[in-house]
Design a protein around this ligand. Structure first.
Ligand code: SPV
Ligand code: MN
Length: 626
């Protein structure tokens, strides 16, 4: 090893920590740790292995640091992020690009040299008086073609503890990569903390991603989405790596859908945050592989996928025993759970949409809270935040799929795209083929904005593959990669679009559990076990099949009137959507594949023909007769 790095490490690390680091004979790792120590100047450094002792130490440190406080139920803790740090900060998250590299106007970037100077300025001495934790994780199952090693340095034990719940341990796995330079690096500091122990210099919050060196820097923030390196930060790196190596890294859940005669068909599903991704992956009677990030690779038998993670950092709002029995149980019984940004009273956490009676006082992200409390602008502070979350290990769930850790992954039968859409898409439809699905469902995905990122909620936004926030390639190229992915494949996965958020007369047209039926229908379609009705935008279910499935799955009577209201083709809205999407790809994306315009135009022509025959709003029964 370079003498200078050796000196820095010997100086900063106790002999046993030094040894733990040297047991990973990787010069690039040693350099990263040494340079980060030199920059951030921690008081001490702990190298964490996969041992239960090291893991327990991090968990305890989060409590000793007051980053987490134990709650009444054993193993439960609460972490607060502070009033201005409660969601991903898209504006301050940027790619560092060398001169001459352009990712297009849709992706937020800055000059690499300038960006590095700025962020290293904020990181300088940021860990003074604090402990730097060095943690190793494996993205994807251990010992698999999918595995990617990662190292995170952080001065937040909450971040390190969260990662314990969310990722597979990677110290031992790191040994197996030897001196390879193929691993992801993340450097995080919460920065200066205020008297409530939350990041104080929010105006200096930055998340910068160096794509070439595969390093993420994040500073002056604690919120998980900005700091838990192997979540969305490493996803951005993985998308580049996947592009180079010919696979896909996606913002997708993975679940097993249980069909007739013990048949299990695996689906991946891409939904923007707050659009039902986790709750779909947790549908009663089905099994979960993962709820947020998937890697997909081609294999001899089609496409296989793995969960990059091994836990859930889930939205807690509206979790209740009726709609989310498994999650509700997991977060209300003893076991390791980190709550964030909920209300705490007497050691009990309460969240928005909590079915229990919520007390009129307690502690929340803004400090002591009582009903009617106002913020500095005179706005009433809700008792808990919309983006409050829970963090758990998947292994605590009773519905974990038996192949969740399979190194070879699970075969993908179907892919689902869904967004928050009040007026355009029907609740479920199947694409005509891979290209039609990728373009009109994945690349055309839109969603009304939510609380998972800072900014105004309720505005329709462009969300291709629900991955726009994380795409690190020119967008046209990213879409092309999807189109190419199934090239020459005899039976590629079947692509579906769903919409749980249709509104009519101010209320939702579908019930919370209707998705349980849509997914069963999709499973049957993959195996050609039910027929369908072709429409200009895709194939929709037949009434009789849904009537039977509603009875079978939900023991509910599904009426013709419900069916008509939900599955009426809304021609004007669909035409407008096609126009909007085309406009974006024409004006804001410089490398859009031509096929995208062609497929959108074909869709528009079909819609116009249908309008000429039946008018603007077309009953599914009319389409069935066609
Ligand atoms: C999301 O917002 O999509 C999440 C949580 O899954 S975050 O870690 O903020 O990305
Ligand atoms: Mn997500």
């Amino acid at each position: 090893m370079n003498d200078r790095y050796c000196d820095i490490l010997r100086d900063a690390l106790t002999p046993d920590n030094y040894q733990k680091l040297m047991d990973l004979p990787n010069p690039k790792l040693h350099k990263f740790v040494a340079e980060s120590i030199e920059l951030c100047k921690p008081e001490s450094v702990i190298i964490c292995t996969d041992s239960p002792d090291d893991i327990a130490r991090v968990r305890q440190l989060a409590i000793d640091n007051n980053e987490e406080t134990p709650l009444a139920i054993e193993g439960h803790t609460i972490h607060f992020d502070g009033p201005a740090d409660l969601a991903r900060d898209k504006d301050s998250t940027k790619y560092l690009l060398p001169p001459g590299v352009d990712l297009g106007s849709r992706l937020n970037s800055t000059d690499k040299q300038k960006g590095l100077e700025e962020i290293t300025g904020y990181l300088r001495n940021s860990m003074a008086g604090r402990i730097m934790l060095v943690r190793f994780f494996c993205l994807g199952p251990l010992n698999s073609e999918f595995s990617i090693s990662g190292v995170q340095l952080t001065d937040s034990a909450y971040v390190a503890h969260s990662e314990d719940l969310l990722y597979r341990p990677g110290y031992e796995q790191f040994k197996s990569i030897g001196n390879s330079s193929a691993f992801f690096r993340v450097l995080h500091s919460a920065g200066r903390l205020d008297e409530n122990n939350v990041s104080a210099d929010i105006h200096k919050r930055r998340v910068y991603i160096d794509l070439d060196d595969e390093i993420v820097y994040t500073v002056n923030t604690q919120y998980g989405g900005n700091t838990i390196g192997f979540k969305k930060l490493a996803l951005r790196l993985a998308i580049r790596k996947a592009d180079r190596e010919g696979w896909l890294a996606e913002h997708m859940f993975i679940m097993g859908v249980h069909g007739p005669k013990d048949r299990v068909t695996y689906f991946t599903g891409a939904f923007p945050s707050f659009c039902g991704k986790t709750s779909t992956s947790m549908i009663d009677g089905e099994t979960i592989v993962g709820d947020d990030i998937a890697y997909l690779r081609r294999s001899s038998d089609g496409i296989r996928t793995v969960n990059v993670e091994s836990g859930i950092f889930g939205v807690i709002k509206d979790v209740n025993p009726h709609d989310d029995p498994v999650i509700f149980k997991a977060i209300t019984t003893p076991g390791e759970v980190i709550f964030s940004n909920v209300l705490v009273n007497n050691g009990i956490p309460y969240w928005l949409g909590d079915p229990r009676t919520v007390p009129d006082r307690g502690v929340n992200y803004a400090g002591e809270w009582h009903a009617g409390k106002k913020d500095a602008d005179g706005k009433e502070i809700p008792f808990a935040h919309t983006n409050a979350r829970y963090t758990i290990r998947l292994s605590t769930l009773s519905n974990l799929d038996k192949n969740a850790d399979a190194p070879e992954g699970v075969p993908v039968g179907g892919i689902i795209y869904g967004g928050r859409d009040s007026d355009t898409w029907v609740p479920v439809q199947q694409s005509f083929d891979w290209t039609h699905g990728v373009i009109t469902m994945g690349a055309a995905l839109e969603s009304e904005t939510t609380a998972a990122t800072l900014g105004q909620a309720g505005v329709r936004s462009f969300q291709p593959m629900s991955n726009l926030d994380f795409v690190s390639l020119p967008l046209g190229r990213y879409v092309q990669n999807h189109l190419d992915f199934a090239d020459g494949m005899e039976t590629p996965p079947v692509i579906f679009a769903v919409n749980y958020f249709q509104v009519d007369d101010g209320s939702y047209l579908t019930g919370m559990t209707d998705k349980n039926v849509w997914i069963k229908w999709a499973e049957l379609r993959i195996h050609n076990d039910v027929d369908c009705i072709p429409t200009p935008t895709g194939c929709i279910p037949k009434y009789d099949d849904l009537k039977r499935l509603f009875k079978q799955v939900l023991n509910a009577d599904y009426t013709r009137d419900q069916y008509i209201r939900q599955f009426t083709l809304r021609v004007p809205e669909n035409l407008k959507k096609a126009g909007r999407i085309e406009e974006i790809y024409r004006t804001q994306v410089s490398d859009t594949p031509d096929i995208l315009f062609q497929v959108l135009e074909e869709q528009r022509n079909r819609l116009e023909e249908a309008r000429n025959a039946w008018g603007d709003y077309i009953s599914p029964f009319d389409l069935d007769k066609a």
